[in-house]
Ligand binder design. Sequence first.
Ligand code: ADP
Length: 255
Amino acid sequence: NQGQVEIDSLATSFNGMLERLEVSFEAEKEAKEQMRRFAADASHELRTPLTSIHGFLEVLLRGAYNQPEQLLKALKSMHGESVRINKLVEDLLMLARLDRTPSFQKAEGALDEMLREMEPQLRMLAGDRKITIELEPQTLCMYDSDKIKQVVLNLFHNAVQHTHPMTGEITLKLAKLENQVEIAVHDNGPGIAPEHLGRLFDRFFRVDTSRARKSGGAGLGLSITQSIVELHGGTINVDSELGAGSTFRVLLPRS
Ligand code: ADP
């Protein structure tokens, strides 16, 4: 009868509401947990170089400042640590800006021309490594040129970090696909094990913490890169095999 039908429909919508509440409660819990993890990771990354600077200062204050050799060594190390802190704070600020509604200055332009302009800078970064650059002409796209430059620099910088200074080979390619443009950075470095590939773009993720530590990275470069690419409506992926090098591909919508 009519009353029963109404009760059933009320019960159904009540259940639906409860389910939605549960889902949003879970999402909020997950977001809070992510924030907590982010703050813990960021503090840990800052604490490491600060502890090191603190240690050097203590040694100097205990008298080592009288010995020029020890003084110079400590100053150099502290300088290195401060560079690391600076880079970390810049990366954190960049992530914070990307998380809020970012103000991108997108304009239509030829990506090949932008990459061509970057060539001297890329060659300088690469030192004696062999660089090949293949750019398809008139590859038009809507992009924020500072941000896409940063994407290319991040990927290129990683390729340089992971290749031999003399025998390293890095290829930068730009190609037009049907609806997209592809920027690919390939290196002949050690490659990345399959079990790490899934977490590569996570914040603070590093494959080899001790090795990466020397290069000063906090594992934020690729997550910044991915955010920039996604805010352009694009995607980034990686192809890599241990011993066979890595290829990072950025796909952006073609205009
Ligand atoms: P970082 O800013 O510390 O370099 P990234 O987010 O750029 O961190 O990279 C995360 C990790 O991915 C690095 O610690 C490194 O282990 C690995 N990785 C990135 N690029 C390459 C590459 N071209 N070859 C091998 N490993 C790489």
